[in-house]
Design a protein around this ligand. Structure first.
Ligand SMILES: [Ca+2]
Ligand SMILES: [Ca+2]
Length: 162
C-alpha cells in the first residue's frame, strides 16, 4: 500500500491506490472519484481507530493494529465490501459478472506483480467453487474474510488489491 515507498501509509497512498486501480480499469472520471472516496473512507476509518486524524501517517504496525480493531465493525466490513465491489466493477469491461484468470493477472501485473505462480495461487485461493472464475460474491467475501481475519498473511492479501 505504501505507493511512494516512504515507509508510512498516508491518505495520499490510499488515494493513489484508487487512482491506479481506476487507470488500470480505464474507468470514467466519475467512477474514479467514487473509488477515491471509497479508499479515502477506509483510510480515515483506520486512522480514527488509532485515535489519529485523517492526515496522519500510518506505519505498517499501526495499519495492522487498526485492521484488527476494526475487523468486527460492520461499517468497516461494509466499506471494504463496497470498495471491493466498485473495484471489480471497474475491471469488468464486458460486465460479464466475473473475473477470469487473464483479467485477474492483468490487474496484478499492472501493479508490478509479475510472479505468475503467486498470482495463480492467489486466484485459486479466492475461487471458492474452483470453477476458474471469480464471481463478485466470491471475491468480496474472500477479501472481507482475509482483511478482517487474524490469520498470518492478512496484509499480504490486502496488498494484492493494489
Ligand atoms: Ca507512503
Ligand atoms: Ca468461482
Amino acid at each position: 500500500m505504501d505507493l511512494d515507498k516512504d515507509g508510512t501509509i498516508s491518505l495520499k497512498d490510499a488515494v493513489g491506490m484508487a487512482e491506479r486501480s481506476s487507470d488500470v480499469g480505464k474507468v470514467d472520471p466519475s467512477q474514479k472519484e467514487t473509488m477515491k472516496q471509497y479508499y479515502g473512507d477506509i483510510f480515515s476509518r483506520l486512522t480514527k481507530t488509532t485515535g489519529s486524524s485523517d492526515d496522519v501517517l500510518l506505519t505498517e504496525d499501526l495499519f495492522l493494529e487498526s485492521m484488527k480493531l476494526l475487523k468486527d465493525d460492520p461499517a468497516f466490513k461494509k466499506a471494504i465490501g463496497d470498495a471491493t465491489h466498485n473495484f471489480l466493477t471497474t475491471m469488468h469491461e464486458n460486465q460479464d459478472g466475473y473475473l477470469d484468470f487473464a483479467k485477474f493477472r492483468r490487474v496484478f501485473e499492472s501493479g508490478g506483480m509479475i510472479d505468475s505462480d503467486f498470482t495463480k495461487e492467489a486466484f485459486n485461493a479466492l475461487d471458492g467453487d474452483q470453477d476458474g472464475k471469480l464471481s463478485f460474491e466470491e471475491f468480496t467475501h474472500a477479501i472481507t474474510d482475509y482483511v478482517c481475519s487474524d490469520k498470518e498473511g492478512t496484509t499480504a492479501m490486502f496488498g494484492l488489491l493494489v
